[in-house]
Design a protein around this ligand. Structure first.
Ligand code: TYM
Length: 337
């Protein structure tokens, strides 16, 4: 791996089991592309997953399942470093230093925390949930990442990362790369198929609007065919007035590589039904091999664990160096070995 390439880092939570279409189009698809041109680090963020209550057995299974899906989506351990966050203890160690640099008010302004805390009830929200974004800051800074490929909902966390990197550098001397978010406009936010005013999300109130990639392909087809569309019948991209159809066009366009204008032309004079039937087919063609490949990785847990062990080793080499420099800068006495 050429180290003069710019570096990218990103992570995904193993909480939901199956990835949904928003995860794939908003983030994972870019991860696959970027491994060709960048020095890429990708991880399954199990430390983040325990910020809300988790069943240990499910967490273990879902962590391997997340790694299997990332490989099925096209991550190649020869081209990127794929690992599990808890295998690299430096994440929690740097997070502590970053916690001590973060203002209480600053952390209180994180919108994802506010959303999640209100969902779980403020009293039941853990301190871990509160400092979740700071752990994410540590994830990114440990690898001196230049870019962070994510969906729009993570932009604020990358902004916090930039602020804390600059604060640390200002106070202790140049240490961290200040990263940029890498967010593609077309897929920054994929919307719920039943309610196109909200993002597709694992915490949606009904699973009907969420395309889980590991669902039965037939169920996926059904969800697409029963997607909510808008008043009128014309198939044109207009995110404001036709959010349902525009969402379907974005999905269709990205999965097939066909431009939106070309799709609009193709469906001139045809109804929403035709668009949905065709998109259902496109989706089935996408999820069917994805499910099969995921299963193949799950059927060979030894190979999967080996890939993750190698990834953790490569990740640790980088993370340990950054942590050592950070500890030195803040004034810790080096431990004698
Ligand atoms: P997570 O696990 O919620 O989501 C993984 C990725 O999927 C993107 N995403 C979407 N993109 C477009 N439309 C949607 N509807 C949609 N839903 C989800 C997310 O933006 C994300 O990129 N905090 C992060 C995980 C994380 C991380 C990191 C990311 C931990 N450490 C360091 C980057 C760098 C999260 O919960 O993602």
């Amino acid at each position: 791996m050429a180290s003069d390439r710019p570096r990218v880092l990103s992570g995904i939570q193993p909480t939901a089991g199956s990835f949904h279409l928003g995860n794939y189009l908003g983030a994972v698809r870019q991860w696959v592309a970027l491994q060709e041109s960048h020095d890429a680090f990708y991880m399954v963020v199990d430390l983040h997953a325990i910020t809300v209550p988790q069943d240990p057995k499910e967490l273990r299974a879902n962590t391997r399942l997340a790694a299997a899906q990332l490989l099925a989506a096209g991550l190649d351990p020869q081209r990127c470093t794929l690992f599990v966050q808890s295998h690299v203890p430096e994440h929690a160690q740097l997070a502590w230093v970053m916690n001590c640099l973060t203002g209480f008010g600053e952390a209180s302004r994180m919108t994802q925390f506010k959303d999640k805390a209100s969902r779980h009830g403020a009293d039941r929200a853990s301190v871990g949930l509160f400092t979740y974004p700071v752990l994410q800051v540590a994830d990114i800074l440990l690898y001196q990442a230049d870019q962070v490929p994510v969906g729009e909902d993570q932009r604020q966390h990358v902004e916090l990362t930039r602020d804390l990197a600059e604060r640390f550098n200002g106070r202790f001397g140049d240490t961290f790369t200040v990263p940029q978010p890498y967010i593609l406009k077309e897929t920054a936010k994929i919307f719920d198929l039943q309610d196109p005013s909200i993002k597709m999300s694992k915490s949606a109130s009904t699973p009907k609007g969420v395309v889980s990639l590991l669902d039965e392909p037939k169920a996926t087809a059904k969800k697409v065919k029963s997607a909510v569309t808008d008043t009128g019948s014309e198939i044109v991209y207009d995110a404001e007035n036709k959010p349902g159809v525009s969402n379907l066009l974005s999905i269709y366009s990205t999965l097939t590589g066909t431009g939106i204008a070309e799709l609009e032309q193709k469906y001139t004079g045809k109804g929403y039904g035709a668009l949905k039937t065709d998109l259902a087919e496109v989706m089935v063609d996408f999820v069917t091999p994805f499910r099969d490949r995921t299963q193949q990785y799950l059927d060979d847990p030894e190979t999967l664990d080996q890939i993750l062990a190698k990834g953790a080793e490569k990740a640790r080499a980088v993370a340990a160096e950054t942590l050592a420099e950070t500890y030195d800068k803040v004034g810790f006495v080096p431990a004698k070995h």
